[in-house]
Ligand binder design. Structure first.
Ligand SMILES: Nc1nc2c(ncn2[C@@H]2O[C@H](COP(=O)(O)OP(=O)(O)OP(=O)(O)O)[C@@H](O)[C@H]2O)c(=O)[nH]1
Ligand SMILES: [Mg+2]
Length: 370
């Protein structure tokens, strides 16, 4: 914490977390970005993590693939889950090993400029789960990190769809507090000009809303939805000021350089806004932890005094437990390595053994009544 010199240390890579609705084109975008970065500087290709356990085929070669660690179909069977529960649980299991992932990434930090995360298709699995938050916080406290929110542009041209997508993005921005880039994808199918216009000028959005069929009821009055969206467009106006927006086509590669420029600018935002915020949050957490400790310690001391008063003869028995009993606890820590960097060595494909993680209560034999 003492020396904050950035010039003497090697520059840290930037982490790009791709998030977006199912089918928005996250994986295709990661593939295109990967090939673009290979072209720009083939000696420093990006380091890629696939966090989607359910994907059948990834269009790029990830360095770390969640599918090498957890078999989500097996998880579904073992825990009796549907597909989404299976994906979520697989991600949770993987997150328990995320310290190993970070270690592998840290090892490569000096030789890569970009670390790219592809996330599961169902957006809420990553954005509203504890694992997603843990992974995001873990990378963001180690590296400059930006969120790339991928939008399916041709499917967002209706004002109501556009607004709900933006509200979702807004939720993620305020949850992660990270620099945020709206990536309007599939511009080969539909231009993103309309979106930029709506973001810069809420009156243009309101006009589009008013001219959209269904915005007025039978009496010619604006519908409730229409009025609500009108007001919300004013709220979102403030949110848009914190964003960068670029249009890309993951199909043709159009706009990739503009995206990388936005990533570069976002590094500054990360340093200026996220890092101090992180420091404040840490200090606050430590303080509240300290308060809790002090409170429970003083409660304990009070209870102890009351206890001694009540039962003076027990005092000679107050001794700490012998330390020997706890000795073998941390013994096999180093054996527990099973995250694989595919680019590093030939890998045996080690899975988390979900059968060992089954809940204990499945073994209970309930006594028969009577
Ligand atoms: N025309 C066009 N199609 C695209 C573009 N990007 C992605 N697609 C198509 O959109 C579909 C979904 O793309 P994916 O990359 O699988 O999207 P995803 O967000 O990773 O999907 P999930 O992980 O399943 O949620 C595929 O059929 C892609 O070919 C693009 O820029 N232009
Ligand atoms: Mg995908």
């Amino acid at each position: 914490m003492m020396s904050a010199s950035t010039s003497s240390q090697p520059r840290k890579p930037t982490v790009i977390i791709t998030i977006g609705m199912a089918g928005a084109g996250k994986s295709t975008f990661v593939q295109r970005l990967n090939s673009h970065l290979h072209t720009v500087n083939s000696s420093r290709p990006p380091y890629i993590l696939n966090l989607d356990p359910a994907v059948a085929h990834v269009p790029f070669e990830p360095n770390i693939d969640i599918r090498d660690t957890v078999d989500y179909k097996q998880v579904m069977k073992q825990y009796n889950l549907g597909p989404n529960g299976g994906i979520l649980t697989a991600l949770n299991l993987f997150t328990t090993k995320f310290d190993q992932v970070l270690e592998l990434v840290e090892k490569r930090a000096e030789t890569v400029d970009h670390i790219i995360l592809d996330t599961p298709g169902q957006i809420e699995i990553f954005t509203w789960s504890a694992s997603g938050a843990i992974i995001t916080d873990a990378v963001a406290s180690s590296f400059p990190t930006v969120v790339a929110y991928i939008i399916d542009t041709p499917r967002t041209t209706a004002p109501a769809t556009f607004m709900s997508n933006m509200l979702y993005a807004c939720g993620i921005l305020y949850k992660t507090k990270l620099p945020f880039i709206l990536v309007f994808n599939k511009t080969d199918v539909a231009s993103h000009e309309f979106a930029i216009e709506w973001m810069q000028d809420f009156e243009a959005f309101q006009a589009a809303l008013a001219s959209h069929p269904g915005s007025r009821d039978a009496d010619g009055e604006p519908t409730y939805m229409n009025s609500l969206m009108n007001s919300m467009s004013l709220v979102l106006d403030e949110f848009y000021k914190h964003l960068k927006a670029v249009g890309v086509s993951s199909m043709t590669g159009d706009g990739m350089q503009a995206f990388l420029d936005a990533v570069e600018e976002s590094r500054d935002t990360y340093e200026k806004e996220y890092v101090p915020e992180l420091g404040r949050a840490r200090a606050a957490r430590e303080k509240s932890l300290q308060n809790v400790k002090e409170a429970s310690l003083s409660r304990f001391m009070r209870d102890l005094a009351v206890d001694r008063d009540k039962n003076p003869s027990a005092t000679p028995n107050e001794r700490w437990e012998s330390e020997e009993e706890n000795e073998d606890e941390d013994e096999d820590e180093d054996l527990d390595v099973d995250i694989i960097d595919q680019s590093e060595e030939s890998w045996p494909g080690q899975y988390i053994d979900v059968t060992r993680m089954r809940r204990q209560d499945e073994q209970i034999n309930w006594p028969r009544p009577g």
